[in-house]
Design a protein around this ligand. Structure first.
Ligand SMILES: NC(=O)c1ccc[n+]([C@@H]2O[C@H](COP(=O)([O-])OP(=O)(O)OC[C@H]3O[C@@H](n4cnc5c(N)ncnc54)[C@H](O)[C@@H]3O)[C@@H](O)[C@H]2O)c1
Length: 257
């Protein structure tokens, strides 16, 4: 059976939970050969075992997206095993844990910037280096931004700014590498039911209902719904789409003040 991602080698960062885990499971079902990465080796092994139990092919490489060598090693693992890298979902990210702008401490600022922005740049650098070495057959990169990158969401000032940076960097990279056959797009999920949202709900009871209420569909999203959009963008079926940011947010309206 052929799937959306048949015969493609795809790397996923932050694949141990949430949107990354759902993407690993979906992409494998769509025929991708996977390199999954995250910091927590045991959680990564759990996801790899689930993918294999489903008939998927996967290598699991523990990697911190703030560590350049980890990312090079992960990309190389895919190239060593399957000869090339066709796609990447740069998904690893973290929140600032709430707080208005003047209440965010410098350590949190630095950590959010490093994981969400520098980490995506480091991952893209390693991936694009491998993809350009393949010649004109290129590849497809999808970076996970957020609706918070454009919305101006309260308690997410630093987080949102890093996601805006990811959107901007994705557009520029699309322009730089289009002639190499590399497409680069971002997805901007709305509120999605993962550990990240569970933690937010614990800090701020009722936020799930409020965020769900902002969406035209009247609910928050599920991780597999974000993964579906990413799978399409990674596939050849999106072959003329690059430099775009696809909102996957149930039709979210601007934040009420
Ligand atoms: N859940 C939402 O509502 C929502 C909305 C918009 C965007 N996003 C984005 O989606 C992405 C996935 O988040 P999620 O909701 O699945 O949350 P999650 O917390 O379930 O998953 C985040 C993943 O990133 C990994 N990670 C964090 N820092 C890392 C690092 N330095 N190196 C490697 N891995 C690291 C975590 O271990 C985990 O696997 C993030 O970029 C997040 O900002 C989430």
């Amino acid at each position: 059976m052929t799937g959306l991602l048949s015969d493609k080698t795809v790397l996923i960062t932050g694949a141990s939970a949430g949107i990354g885990e759902a993407s690993a499971r979906l992409f494998a079902r769509e025929g991708a050969r996977l390199v999954i990465t995250a910091r927590r080796a045991a959680e990564l092994d759990r996801v790899a075992a689930a993918v294999r139990a489903d008939g998927g092919e996967v290598v699991a490489v523990p990697a911190d997206t703030t560590a350049p060598d980890d990312l090079r090693t992960a990309v190389q693992a895919g190239v060593d095993r399957w000869g090339r890298l066709d796609g990447a979902l740069n998904n690893a990210g973290r929140t600032q844990g709430g707080g208005r702008l003047a209440d965010v401490d410098e350590d949190t600022f630095d950590a959010v910037l490093t994981v969400n922005f520098k980490g995506v740049w480091l991952a893209m650098r390693a991936e694009i280096t491998a993809m350009t070495a393949q010649g004109a057959t290129g590849g497809s990169i999808v970076n996970v931004a957020s609706i918070g990158g454009t919305l101006g969401a309260p308690s997410q000032s630093i987080y949102g700014a890093t996601k805006a940076a990811v959107i901007s960097m994705s557009r520029a990279a699309a322009a730089e590498y289009g002639r190499d056959g590399i497409r680069v797009n971002a997805i901007a999920p709305g509120a999605t039911m993962t550990d990240m949202m569970t933690a937010w709900q614990q800090r701020d009871p009722g936020v799930l209902d409020r965020l769900g209420g902002l969406a035209a569909l009247g609910r928050v999203g599920q991780p597999h719904e974000i993964a579906e959009a990413a799978a399409w963008l990674l596939s050849d079926r999106a072959g003329f789409v690059t430099g775009m940011t696809l909102g996957v947010d149930g039709g979210a309206a601007p934040w009420p003040h």
